[in-house]
Design a protein around this ligand. Sequence first.
Ligand SMILES: Cc1cc2nc3c(=O)[nH]c(=O)nc-3n(C[C@H](O)[C@H](O)[C@H](O)COP(=O)(O)OP(=O)(O)OC[C@H]3O[C@@H](n4cnc5c(N)ncnc54)[C@H](O)[C@@H]3O)c2cc1C
Length: 305
Amino acid sequence: MPELIDVAIVGGGPAGLAAAVTLGRSLRTVALVDAASPRNRFSTHAHNVLGNEGISPADLLAKGREEAASYGAALVDATVTRITGTRGDFTVFYDGGEVRARRIVLATGLTDVLPELDGLAEGWGTDVLHCPYCHGYEVRGQKIAVIATDPGAAHQAKLFGNLSDHVTVVPLDHRPDEEECAELTRLGVVVSGSTAARAVRENGALRGVELADGTLVKADAAVVAPLMRPNLELYESLGGRPETNSAGVKCVDTGEGGKTDIDGVWIAGNVSNIGAIVISSAASGVSAGAAINMDLIEEAARANG
Ligand SMILES: Cc1cc2nc3c(=O)[nH]c(=O)nc-3n(C[C@H](O)[C@H](O)[C@H](O)COP(=O)(O)OP(=O)(O)OC[C@H]3O[C@@H](n4cnc5c(N)ncnc54)[C@H](O)[C@@H]3O)c2cc1C
């Protein structure tokens, strides 16, 4: 039977790695198991990462892994398939082995489900974008098509309209209402009459969005709102019951530091907050690490009292 360590972390993106650093610096024994599919792996640069502006996502994680390992965290490259046990003695099973830990951090991220439109997936993370704070500055002043699939489209169009005078909203599954169209017009954003039929690519780059009526809305970048599905399978398999929000997405209502309703289990990063970016995901990992460290201290204080 493997020795019992303090904390097992599932997921080695910014959230999981930050938790590993915080716990390692608190002299906790840590194992981090990661399947190496961070959400932003499709992009070459990560922005709004203070102190590491524009760094490649792979380089950022390599630095984070080095830092976590320097404080003693054991890094395992594998996919966790199952977690059993309860607070004080969980077993985390991954392909090729298992680890026993007193506490768990789930930092498994989320899965982006792109709108179904030919030609979009090929450009995801390069010229098919979702977040003005991640890549908006890079497409400032360019021709931008916002593919409208839900009521958030007007919001996205306003944000990208702040960065370019050439923004067109192209309805796909959703069309902004009259009031939204009036606001967008006042901001210089155009709403196309016809709906999107396909994204047109040439030599690997986006050229525009072809409409159902055959016209082409020229675009250097397309903006989409992927359906963001938190990777909650392990949480649910432990008995966690996520809520379903108004957009039909499962989410977990956490307490301080990402504490869940499963005793001994914390969550951090995009799996608990779909709006988190790199730096806020890392911040939540630090909070989860700190909360677990305190929880272990309190447990020892009670046991010795
Ligand atoms: C295209 C794109 C570009 C982006 N650009 C930026 C940007 O420029 N700036 C910015 O701040 N944010 C950006 N983001 C957002 C950023 O990627 C996320 O906020 C951040 O990666 C979330 O960190 P995380 O640790 O929660 O999850 P992730 O980084 O997604 O890491 C989760 C990790 O958990 C692993 N995992 C999942 N399940 C298991 C399992 N069962 N067993 C083992 N491991 C598992 C995954 O393989 C992955 O490595 C971008 C997002 C996208 C989609």
